[in-house]
Ligand binder design. Structure first.
Ligand SMILES: [Zn+2]
Length: 274
Protein backbone atom coordinates (compact mmCIF):
# COMPACT_ATOMS: atom_id res chain seq x y z
CA UNK A 1 0.00 0.00 0.00
CA UNK A 2 1.24 3.48 -0.77
CA UNK A 3 0.31 6.87 0.52
CA UNK A 4 0.16 8.43 -2.95
CA UNK A 5 -0.63 5.85 -5.60
CA UNK A 6 2.20 3.35 -5.99
CA UNK A 7 4.97 5.95 -5.76
CA UNK A 8 5.65 6.23 -2.04
CA UNK A 9 5.71 3.65 0.76
CA UNK A 10 3.58 4.23 3.85
CA UNK A 11 5.17 5.60 7.01
CA UNK A 12 4.23 2.56 9.11
CA UNK A 13 5.70 -0.01 6.70
CA UNK A 14 8.83 2.13 6.35
CA UNK A 15 9.34 2.31 10.14
CA UNK A 16 9.13 -1.48 10.35
CA UNK A 17 11.54 -1.91 7.44
CA UNK A 18 14.04 0.50 9.04
CA UNK A 19 14.18 -1.75 12.12
CA UNK A 20 14.78 -4.83 9.96
CA UNK A 21 17.37 -3.27 7.64
CA UNK A 22 19.16 -1.57 10.56
CA UNK A 23 19.46 -4.97 12.24
CA UNK A 24 20.91 -6.48 9.04
CA UNK A 25 23.42 -3.62 8.62
CA UNK A 26 24.62 -4.14 12.20
CA UNK A 27 24.73 -7.93 12.03
CA UNK A 28 26.71 -7.86 8.79
CA UNK A 29 29.26 -5.53 10.39
CA UNK A 30 28.50 -2.69 7.97
CA UNK A 31 28.16 -0.28 10.91
CA UNK A 32 29.78 -0.11 14.37
CA UNK A 33 28.35 1.51 17.50
CA UNK A 34 25.89 4.21 16.35
CA UNK A 35 27.35 4.60 12.85
CA UNK A 36 25.38 4.78 9.63
CA UNK A 37 21.97 6.10 8.68
CA UNK A 38 18.99 5.25 6.49
CA UNK A 39 16.23 7.36 4.96
CA UNK A 40 13.25 6.92 2.64
CA UNK A 41 11.10 9.44 0.79
CA UNK A 42 7.47 9.38 1.92
CA UNK A 43 6.26 12.25 -0.28
CA UNK A 44 7.84 14.91 -2.53
CA UNK A 45 8.83 17.00 0.53
CA UNK A 46 9.12 14.60 3.48
CA UNK A 47 11.47 11.77 4.33
CA UNK A 48 11.69 9.33 7.21
CA UNK A 49 15.21 9.02 8.66
CA UNK A 50 17.08 7.18 11.40
CA UNK A 51 17.74 9.16 14.61
CA UNK A 52 21.09 10.24 15.99
CA UNK A 53 22.80 8.36 18.81
CA UNK A 54 21.08 5.00 18.28
CA UNK A 55 22.65 1.70 17.19
CA UNK A 56 21.09 0.61 13.91
CA UNK A 57 21.00 -2.94 15.24
CA UNK A 58 18.62 -2.08 18.09
CA UNK A 59 16.12 0.49 16.79
CA UNK A 60 12.39 0.58 17.55
CA UNK A 61 9.69 1.82 15.18
CA UNK A 62 8.91 4.91 17.28
CA UNK A 63 12.50 6.27 17.07
CA UNK A 64 12.46 7.31 13.39
CA UNK A 65 12.28 11.01 12.53
CA UNK A 66 10.21 12.78 9.88
CA UNK A 67 12.26 15.48 8.14
CA UNK A 68 11.18 18.15 5.67
CA UNK A 69 13.48 18.15 2.64
CA UNK A 70 13.09 21.84 1.88
CA UNK A 71 13.46 23.56 5.26
CA UNK A 72 14.90 20.84 7.51
CA UNK A 73 11.96 20.94 9.96
CA UNK A 74 11.70 17.63 11.83
CA UNK A 75 9.19 15.71 13.95
CA UNK A 76 10.03 12.89 16.34
CA UNK A 77 10.96 11.89 19.89
CA UNK A 78 14.67 11.87 18.95
CA UNK A 79 16.78 14.23 16.82
CA UNK A 80 17.60 13.22 13.22
CA UNK A 81 21.05 11.85 12.34
CA UNK A 82 23.88 14.36 12.03
CA UNK A 83 24.18 13.20 8.39
CA UNK A 84 20.64 14.37 7.61
CA UNK A 85 22.12 17.22 5.54
CA UNK A 86 23.65 14.66 3.20
CA UNK A 87 20.36 12.75 2.87
CA UNK A 88 18.40 15.93 2.14
CA UNK A 89 20.98 17.09 -0.41
CA UNK A 90 20.81 13.75 -2.24
CA UNK A 91 16.99 13.79 -2.50
CA UNK A 92 17.03 17.40 -3.67
CA UNK A 93 19.65 16.54 -6.31
CA UNK A 94 17.92 13.35 -7.53
CA UNK A 95 14.14 13.27 -7.70
CA UNK A 96 14.21 9.61 -8.79
CA UNK A 97 15.89 8.51 -5.53
CA UNK A 98 13.46 7.13 -2.96
CA UNK A 99 15.89 5.70 -0.40
CA UNK A 100 19.44 6.31 0.85
CA UNK A 101 21.68 4.02 2.89
CA UNK A 102 24.95 5.23 4.44
CA UNK A 103 27.25 2.74 6.18
CA UNK A 104 30.91 1.91 6.84
CA UNK A 105 31.30 -1.62 5.40
CA UNK A 106 34.92 -2.46 6.33
CA UNK A 107 36.39 -3.74 3.05
CA UNK A 108 34.77 -1.09 0.84
CA UNK A 109 35.81 1.53 3.40
CA UNK A 110 39.38 0.19 3.23
CA UNK A 111 39.31 0.79 -0.54
CA UNK A 112 38.14 4.36 0.14
CA UNK A 113 41.03 4.86 2.57
CA UNK A 114 43.50 3.39 0.06
CA UNK A 115 42.11 5.70 -2.64
CA UNK A 116 41.18 2.77 -4.92
CA UNK A 117 37.79 3.12 -6.65
CA UNK A 118 35.69 0.03 -7.43
CA UNK A 119 35.59 0.74 -11.12
CA UNK A 120 36.87 -2.36 -12.93
CA UNK A 121 34.44 -4.36 -15.06
CA UNK A 122 35.07 -7.72 -13.39
CA UNK A 123 31.70 -8.85 -11.97
CA UNK A 124 28.61 -9.27 -14.14
CA UNK A 125 26.12 -8.73 -11.30
CA UNK A 126 27.74 -5.47 -10.24
CA UNK A 127 27.80 -4.10 -13.79
CA UNK A 128 24.09 -4.88 -14.16
CA UNK A 129 22.89 -3.64 -10.77
CA UNK A 130 25.19 -0.70 -9.98
CA UNK A 131 27.86 0.10 -12.55
CA UNK A 132 31.08 1.76 -11.56
CA UNK A 133 31.68 2.94 -7.96
CA UNK A 134 33.94 6.01 -7.73
CA UNK A 135 35.36 7.73 -4.63
CA UNK A 136 34.01 11.12 -3.60
CA UNK A 137 36.76 13.39 -2.28
CA UNK A 138 37.13 13.84 1.47
CA UNK A 139 35.14 16.48 3.34
CA UNK A 140 34.40 16.64 7.06
CA UNK A 141 31.33 14.45 7.74
CA UNK A 142 28.08 16.17 8.79
CA UNK A 143 29.08 19.51 7.21
CA UNK A 144 27.14 21.22 4.43
CA UNK A 145 30.27 21.06 2.28
CA UNK A 146 30.31 17.27 2.68
CA UNK A 147 26.58 17.02 1.94
CA UNK A 148 26.85 19.17 -1.19
CA UNK A 149 29.81 17.20 -2.54
CA UNK A 150 28.11 13.82 -2.02
CA UNK A 151 24.95 15.14 -3.69
CA UNK A 152 27.04 16.36 -6.63
CA UNK A 153 28.79 12.98 -7.02
CA UNK A 154 25.68 10.83 -6.64
CA UNK A 155 23.99 12.55 -9.58
CA UNK A 156 25.73 10.14 -11.96
CA UNK A 157 26.00 7.01 -9.80
CA UNK A 158 23.97 4.58 -7.72
CA UNK A 159 26.74 3.96 -5.20
CA UNK A 160 29.85 5.89 -4.19
CA UNK A 161 32.71 5.44 -1.76
CA UNK A 162 33.43 8.35 0.58
CA UNK A 163 37.16 8.98 0.95
CA UNK A 164 38.42 7.92 4.41
CA UNK A 165 34.87 7.40 5.61
CA UNK A 166 32.49 4.77 4.13
CA UNK A 167 29.90 4.41 1.38
CA UNK A 168 26.51 5.67 0.21
CA UNK A 169 23.97 3.84 -1.94
CA UNK A 170 20.65 5.02 -3.35
CA UNK A 171 17.64 3.21 -4.81
CA UNK A 172 14.04 3.32 -5.94
CA UNK A 173 13.11 1.86 -2.54
CA UNK A 174 14.73 0.80 0.74
CA UNK A 175 15.39 -2.77 -0.36
CA UNK A 176 17.24 -1.69 -3.50
CA UNK A 177 19.42 0.83 -1.63
CA UNK A 178 20.21 -1.80 1.03
CA UNK A 179 20.98 -4.54 -1.53
CA UNK A 180 23.28 -2.15 -3.37
CA UNK A 181 25.22 -1.65 -0.12
CA UNK A 182 25.51 -5.43 0.23
CA UNK A 183 26.63 -5.75 -3.41
CA UNK A 184 29.17 -2.94 -2.98
CA UNK A 185 30.80 -4.66 0.00
CA UNK A 186 30.72 -8.06 -1.74
CA UNK A 187 32.38 -6.50 -4.80
CA UNK A 188 35.05 -4.90 -2.58
CA UNK A 189 35.68 -8.23 -0.86
CA UNK A 190 36.17 -10.06 -4.17
CA UNK A 191 38.34 -7.24 -5.55
CA UNK A 192 40.54 -7.46 -2.47
CA UNK A 193 41.05 -11.21 -2.92
CA UNK A 194 41.67 -10.80 -6.67
CA UNK A 195 44.40 -8.25 -5.93
CA UNK A 196 46.07 -10.74 -3.60
CA UNK A 197 45.93 -13.44 -6.29
CA UNK A 198 47.79 -11.03 -8.56
CA UNK A 199 45.78 -11.48 -11.76
CA UNK A 200 42.62 -9.72 -12.91
CA UNK A 201 40.65 -10.65 -16.04
CA UNK A 202 38.57 -7.63 -16.99
CA UNK A 203 35.43 -8.14 -19.12
CA UNK A 204 35.64 -6.81 -22.67
CA UNK A 205 33.79 -3.77 -23.97
CA UNK A 206 31.36 -6.04 -25.88
CA UNK A 207 30.76 -8.27 -22.84
CA UNK A 208 29.96 -5.20 -20.76
CA UNK A 209 27.65 -3.92 -23.49
CA UNK A 210 25.73 -7.22 -23.45
CA UNK A 211 25.34 -6.94 -19.68
CA UNK A 212 23.97 -3.42 -20.13
CA UNK A 213 21.20 -4.90 -22.26
CA UNK A 214 20.12 -7.08 -19.32
CA UNK A 215 19.40 -4.04 -17.14
CA UNK A 216 16.02 -3.39 -18.74
CA UNK A 217 14.95 -6.94 -17.75
CA UNK A 218 15.37 -5.86 -14.13
CA UNK A 219 13.56 -2.55 -14.59
CA UNK A 220 16.83 -0.56 -14.62
CA UNK A 221 17.79 2.15 -17.06
CA UNK A 222 20.58 1.03 -19.41
CA UNK A 223 23.46 1.64 -19.42
CA UNK A 224 24.75 1.43 -15.86
CA UNK A 225 26.58 4.59 -14.74
CA UNK A 226 29.87 5.03 -16.55
CA UNK A 227 30.70 1.35 -17.08
CA UNK A 228 31.66 1.87 -20.68
CA UNK A 229 32.88 5.43 -20.49
CA UNK A 230 34.76 5.30 -17.19
CA UNK A 231 38.23 6.80 -17.73
CA UNK A 232 39.64 3.94 -15.69
CA UNK A 233 37.93 1.31 -17.84
CA UNK A 234 40.69 -1.21 -18.42
CA UNK A 235 40.39 -3.17 -21.62
CA UNK A 236 41.36 -6.86 -21.44
CA UNK A 237 44.74 -7.97 -22.70
CA UNK A 238 43.42 -9.60 -25.90
CA UNK A 239 41.47 -6.47 -26.88
CA UNK A 240 44.50 -4.27 -26.19
CA UNK A 241 46.73 -6.56 -28.24
CA UNK A 242 44.27 -6.46 -31.17
CA UNK A 243 44.24 -2.67 -31.01
CA UNK A 244 48.03 -2.56 -30.87
CA UNK A 245 48.18 -4.86 -33.91
CA UNK A 246 45.72 -2.68 -35.83
CA UNK A 247 47.62 0.41 -34.78
CA UNK A 248 50.92 -1.15 -35.83
CA UNK A 249 49.49 -2.21 -39.20
CA UNK A 250 48.09 1.30 -39.69
CA UNK A 251 51.55 2.73 -38.92
CA UNK A 252 53.06 0.22 -41.29
CA UNK A 253 50.65 1.07 -44.12
CA UNK A 254 51.23 4.78 -43.60
CA UNK A 255 54.98 4.09 -43.63
CA UNK A 256 54.59 2.17 -46.91
CA UNK A 257 52.65 5.09 -48.39
CA UNK A 258 55.41 7.52 -47.37
CA UNK A 259 58.07 5.22 -48.85
CA UNK A 260 56.21 4.93 -52.18
CA UNK A 261 55.73 8.71 -52.33
CA UNK A 262 59.46 9.23 -51.67
CA UNK A 263 60.41 6.77 -54.43
CA UNK A 264 57.95 8.36 -56.89
CA UNK A 265 59.36 11.84 -56.14
CA UNK A 266 62.93 10.55 -56.60
CA UNK A 267 62.04 8.93 -59.96
CA UNK A 268 60.30 12.10 -61.14
CA UNK A 269 63.37 14.20 -60.18
CA UNK A 270 65.62 11.82 -62.10
CA UNK A 271 63.34 12.02 -65.17
CA UNK A 272 63.36 15.84 -64.97
CA UNK A 273 67.17 16.00 -64.80
CA UNK A 274 67.81 13.38 -67.46
ZN1 LIG B 1 29.50 7.85 8.22
Amino acid sequence: MSRQGQDYPTESESRALFVELGRRLYQRGFVAANDGNISVRLSPDWILATPTGVSKGFMSVDQMVLVNLVNGEWKGILKPSTEIRMHRAIYLARHDVRAVVHAHPPIATAFSVAGIPLDQSILAEVIVSIGTIPIAEYHTPSTQEFADHVAYCIQKYEAILLANHGAVTVGKDLEQAFFRMETLEHYAHISWIVRQLGSENVLSFNQVRELMALRSMYGLQPPAPDCLTCPNYQKPTEERQNEETVSASQESSSLNKQTIETIVRAVLRQLETS
